[in-house]
Design a protein around this ligand. Structure first.
Ligand code: SF4
Ligand code: SF4
Ligand code: SF4
Length: 355
């Protein structure tokens, strides 16, 4: 394994590691923008440049593989100047018309580009050129893409291809004219996009966002780690909570999902919590009026237990079946089949996950 130094500290890097990977492993920060671990390493933003002894120009740390004896410097006035220029070039092409609309951007407070610009003292392009405003793609019910805010880092492309493995979101054109082709226009139904939002979670700016992102600012929220309630995969997610209400869901790194969510986990995990028509108490049908009326849990459970017992005693256990919800936990389902076999005296047990 190659022995290298980073900022004078000697360390042994994994064989084939990039400078960025070796630095992160050693706890040394190098700023990045287009890089996303295991998802995208396009080497497009040039923010992660470092100096290497014997090389006369800074090199991108995300795409430079370490070699034995390599001496790396990650911070210097020269590197700060390079990074500032890289950020100024990105800012020159970021925004609608003149300048960046950071204050009204949905990503305000969570934009990685803005954060790095603050760190390197970049306030915007020195001579912003007026340029045509490109149309926003927002026909998709969950997602929208504003090409005017896109810095063409291609993290969304890596997210759709390498993480979601959907291959719907692509780059069009090449070189300086490279453009993102997001499938959120009027023809979104005809595309293979599954609206999983993996691309939006990967986007470092306000270019590609979940529509509900506009309902909150990051500094107003807290995150609560939980398990997606929708299927047995058990993806981990963070519920984003503002003023005691859930306003969003983000994929968290769990053993079965590694930060990913499907459209159900990302966009259907919480709306029902505060839905005005949500059932909050059991309902029992009034035999006289035929209307469903609120009842206590004891009343409802006593009624159900009595009726099931009557059916079993009158017609035998084979007259009953237990059909479980696939959103239940393993432990609940185990208890459920026990109840069917012992209390109902039937082996008629099934679950909607099977279909
Ligand atoms: S929502 Fe999912 S499938 Fe659609 S473009 Fe984004 S990552 Fe690809
Ligand atoms: S939409 Fe976002 S992630 Fe995709 S290239 Fe543009 S800035 Fe990067
Ligand atoms: S996010 Fe999708 S795949 Fe993951 S547990 Fe929820 S429904 Fe299942």
């Amino acid at each position: 394994m190659p022995s290298i130094t980073i900022n004078g500290t000697a360390l042994v890097a994994p064989e084939g590691a990039t400078v960025l990977e070796a630095a992160r492993k050693a706890g040394i920060r190098i700023p990045t923008l287009c890089y996303l671990k295991d998802v995208s390493a396009a080497g497009a933003c040039r923010v992660c440049v470092v100096d290497v002894e014997g090389v006369d120009h800074p090199v991108p740390s995300c795409s430079t593989v370490v070699w034995d004896g390599m001496a790396v410097t990650t911070d210097s006035p020269r590197l700060a100047t390079y990074r500032r220029i890289a950020l100024e070039l990105l800012m020159a092409d970021h925004g609608r018309g003149m300048g960046a609309p950071c204050l009204v951007c949905d990503k305000n407070g969570a934009c990685e580009l803005a954060s790095l610009c603050r760190e390197y003292g970049v306030e915007g392009p020195e001579r912003p050129e007026p340029r045509p405003v490109r149309p926003v793609l927002d026909a998709n019910p969950f997602l929208s893409f504003d090409p005017n805010l896109c810095i063409r880092c291609q993290r969304c492309v890596g997210a759709c291809n390498a993480a979601a493995r959907n291959h719907t979101l692509r780059t069009g054109k090449r070189g300086v004219r490279i453009a993102i082709e997001a499938p959120f226009g009027e023809d979104w139904r005809a595309t293979d996009c599954e609206s999983c939002g993996t691309c939006a979670q990967a986007c470092p700016t306000g270019a590609l966002t979940e529509k509900r992102r506009g309902a909150y600012r990051s500094w107003e929220t807290e995150r609560v780690r939980t398990t997606c309630p929708h299927c047995g995969v058990g993806c981990q997610l963070d519920l984003v909570v503002k003023d005691g209400r859930i306003v969003d869901a983000e994929g968290a790194s769990g053993p079965s999902n590694k930060g990913l969510l499907c459209v159900k986990g990302r966009s259907s995990s919480f709306d029902f919590v505060d839905a005005p028509d949500r059932l909050r108490t059991p309902l029992v049908r009034n035999a006289a009026t035929g209307q469903l009326e609120p009842a206590s849990w004891d009343e409802a459970l006593d009624l159900v237990a009595r009726r099931f017992t009557e059916l079993r005693d009158e017609h035998g256990g084979e007259s009953l079946a237990a059909f479980a919800c696939s959103r239940s936990t393993n432990e609940d389902i185990y208890l459920f089949q026990k109840m069917a076999r012992i209390a109902f005296q039937t082996n008629n047990v099934d679950c909607c996950a099977r279909v």
